[in-house]
Structure formats: structure tokens, C-alpha cells
Design a protein around this ligand. Structure first.
Ligand SMILES: [Zn+2]
Length: 66
């Protein structure tokens, strides 16, 4: 089961939550609000064209390069 990192929009608390399913309601452990936002891990999701590492994503060494 994945563990995601969240940040509370109310008190700015950062916390990790074990997510069992996508529809699970996440609440801040500190102030109990559900107004939290999921923080994506650094290497989790890469936006195309936004700060992509040189050489492209994925396997840079096995494709022979450019
Ligand atoms: Zn909070």
C-alpha cells in the first residue's frame, strides 16, 4: 500500500498517510480538517517538458541516446 505525503492547507502541517484506496478521506492529524493537498514525491510524476532531466526520462543508457 502506498504512503503519500500530504500538507494541510489550514495549519500547514505535513504528514504521511497510508492510503488504502483512492477515495479515502484524508484528514489532518493536527487540526482535523480535510482540506489537505497531496504532495507528490520528487520522482513520482514528471510533467512533460517541465524540468525534464537531460537525456530524457526512463532508460537513457539502453536506447543508444540521440
Ligand atoms: Zn491541519
Amino acid at each position: 500500500m502506498p504512503v503519500y505525503e500530504y500538507r494541510c492547507r489550514k495549519c500547514d502541517e505535513k504528514f504521511e498517510e497510508l492510503v488504502r484506496n483512492e477515495r479515502q478521506k484524508i484528514a489532518c492529524p493536527k487540526c482535523r480538517t480535510k482540506k489537505v493537498e497531496k504532495l507528490f514525491s520528487v520522482f513520482g510524476i514528471g510533467l512533460p517538458g517541465a524540468g525534464a532531466p537531460a537525456g530524457g526520462g526512463g532508460c537513457g543508457g539502453c536506447s543508444g541516446g540521440s
